[in-house]
Design a protein around this ligand. Structure first.
Ligand SMILES: [Fe+2]
Length: 427
C-alpha cells in the first residue's frame, strides 16, 4: 500500500486530487492542512511514498523532513520551477495526478466505485450518473444498479433503504466529483430562484452532508454561502412581518437543525438591527455562526441540550454525551478548514456555550464574553424553547418563554439583552 500525503490548502484543488487518488486501490491518502498536522502524521504514520505540497507550505522549519521524501509534487499558483519538486499549476491538478502515477512506475488498479452518503438521495429528483447499491450475493459483495442516470429518484425507494439502515450508495469513481457538484449546483440554483424555508432548509441539510463527506471546498461552501445569503435576505424582507415569518418557519417541513439555525439568525438579526452599533457584518457573522456552531452534532436530540443537567439526564450513551460536551471546540477545529469564513466566526463558535475553551456549558453566561456571543446564547435558548413547544403541539405563550429566560440568565446585563429580544415581539 502506497502512502500519499496531501499537504495542501483546503480549496478547489485538494478535494479533486483527493477524490482522484481515492479512486485507486493500493493507495492510502492522508490530508494535512497545516504544519502541525503534517509533522504529527510524519511521526505517527511515517514518511509517505509521495507528497503533494502547496508552494506556500514549503518552509525552512520543515526542510529536514521534506528532504527525506523522494517524490515531491508542488502545487503552485502560477507556472514555475522549484528545485527538488515537480511543479504543477493548481488548475492542472489532473496532470499532477497523472504524473504522480507514472512516477510510481506501477500499474495501479482503479477502484471502480466510490461511496456516497445514501441520504443525499433524499435531496435530489434525478441523478447525473448511475447509482448503485452494494448487496451481498453468495457471501460476496455485489453491486446492483438502483437508479439509472437521468431517471427519477423514487423517494419511497430511498426511504425503504434508509429504513433498512443502508448508509451508502455507490457511484463510479470517475463520476463522484461530478455527481456531488451536480447536486450542489442544482440545489444552489433552486435556492436562488425560490428561497422558501423548505428549499433553503433542504440546501442546508445537503451542505452538512457534503461537508462531512468531502470537507470544505467549492462544492460544499457554495451551498453554505447560499444559505447565509437566503437567511439574511429573508430577515430584510420580513420587516414588520416577523411573527408570520417565524410561524411559517416553525410549521415548515424542515429539519430541527435548520429551524433552530434560522430562528437564531432571525432573532439575533432583529436585535442587531435595533442596536446603534449593529451592522450588516454583525448580522452576517451571526447567521454564519448559527448554521455552523453545531455542525458536529449528529442527532437531533443533541440540539436541545444546552446545560450539564439535561445532558446527563439524556438518553445518549457516554460517547455521544462526550461529543456534545466538546462540540463547540470540535466545530471550532472543523471550521479552520473553511478559509473564507467571516472574521471571528471561529472564536464565536468556540465560545457559543459560554466557555472560552469550547468545552462544556457555562452555568451562567459570563458578561466578559463577546456581546455577540451573549446575543447568540439568549436567542438560541429562546429558539429551543419555541421549537420544543411547537413540536409538542402546545399553545405557545411567548411571555412564558421570556420568564424562563429571565430565570436562566439572572443578571442585570443579561436581562437587558432579553429586553432587546422582547422588543422584537412586543412593540
Ligand atoms: Fe451548540
Amino acid at each position: 500500500m502506497k502512502k500519499v500525503f496531501l499537504f495542501l490548502k483546503n480549496d478547489s484543488a485538494l478535494p479533486m486530487i483527493q477524490v482522484y487518488l481515492n479512486g485507486y486501490k493500493g493507495i492510502q491518502v492522508f490530508v494535512q492542512n497545516d504544519a502541525t498536522s503534517f509533522s504529527n502524521d510524519l511521526s505517527f504514520i511515517g514518511f509517505p511514498d509521495a507528497l503533494f505540497i502547496e508552494e506556500a507550505f514549503i518552509t525552512n522549519d520543515l526542510q529536514q523532513s521534506l528532504d527525506q521524501i523522494s517524490q515531491k509534487i508542488c502545487v503552485t499558483n502560477e507556472e514555475k520551477e522549484i528545485d527538488g519538486y515537480r511543479c504543477f499549476y493548481k488548475k492542472n491538478w489532473e496532470k499532477a495526478c497523472e504524473d504522480f502515477f507514472s512516477s510510481l512506475g506501477e500499474n495501479l488498479e482503479t477502484e471502480e466505485y466510490s461511496d456516497v452518503p445514501f441520504h443525499l438521495l433524499k435531496k435530489i429528483d434525478s441523478s447525473i450518473c448511475d447509482i448503485y447499491l452494494q448487496i451481498s450475493k453468495n457471501g460476496l459483495p455485489h453491486r446492483v444498479k438502483l437508479f439509472h442516470a437521468g431517471e427519477n429518484i423514487e423517494q419511497p425507494t430511498v426511504e425503504k433503504y434508509l429504513d433498512k439502515g443502508v448508509r451508502n450508495a455507490s457511484v463510479k469513481s470517475s463520476d463522484k466529483a461530478q455527481f456531488l457538484n451536480y447536486i450542489s449546483n442544482q440545489m444552489y440554483t433552486e435556492m436562488i430562484l425560490t428561497p422558501t424555508d423548505n428549499i433553503v432548509g433542504k440546501a442546508l441539510d445537503t451542505a452538512l452532508i457534503l461537508l462531512k463527506d468531502i470537507g470544505f471546498n467549492s462544492t460544499s461552501t457554495q451551498l453554505i454561502e447560499g444559505v447565509v445569503e437566503a437567511m439574511n435576505a429573508k430577515l430584510s424582507s420580513a420587516k414588520g412581518k416577523d411573527l408570520l415569518a417565524i410561524k411559517d418557519l416553525l410549521n415548515s417541513k424542515t429539519s430541527r437543525y435548520f429551524k433552530k439555525a434560522h430562528l437564531v439568525s432571525m432573532l439575533s438579526g432583529k436585535i442587531i438591527q435595533n442596536m446603534d452599533w449593529g451592522t450588516h457584518t454583525h448580522q452576517n457573522l451571526l447567521t454564519f455562526v448559527s448554521i455552523m456552531a453545531d455542525i458536529s452534532l449528529e442527532q437531533e436530540e443533541m440540539l436541545f441540550l444546552t446545560d450539564k443537567k439535561s445532558l446527563e439526564e439524556s438518553s445518549l450513551n457516554e460517547v455521544d454525551k462526550s461529543h456534545v460536551w466538546t462540540h463547540a471546540r470540535d466545530a471550532f477545529h472543523m471550521i479552520q478548514a473553511y478559509k473564507d469564513r467571516p472574521l471571528e466566526a471561529d472564536l464565536l463558535i468556540l465560545e457559543h456555550h459560554g466557555n472560552k475553551n469550547g468545552v462544556g456549558f457555562s452555568e451562567q453566561i459570563g458578561t466578559s464574553l463577546n456581546k455577540l456571543t451573549i446575543i447568540y446564547r439568549i436567542c438560541e435558548d429562546f429558539a429551543i424553547e419555541l421549537i420544543k413547544l411547537n413540536e409538542m403541539n402546545v399553545d405557545v405563550k411567548i411571555m412564558d418563554i421570556f420568564q424562563h429566560l429571565y430565570i436562566k440568565h439572572d443578571k442585570k446585563v443579561l436581562h437587558l439583552v432579553i429586553e432587546d429580544l422582547k422588543k422584537c415581539f412586543i412593540n
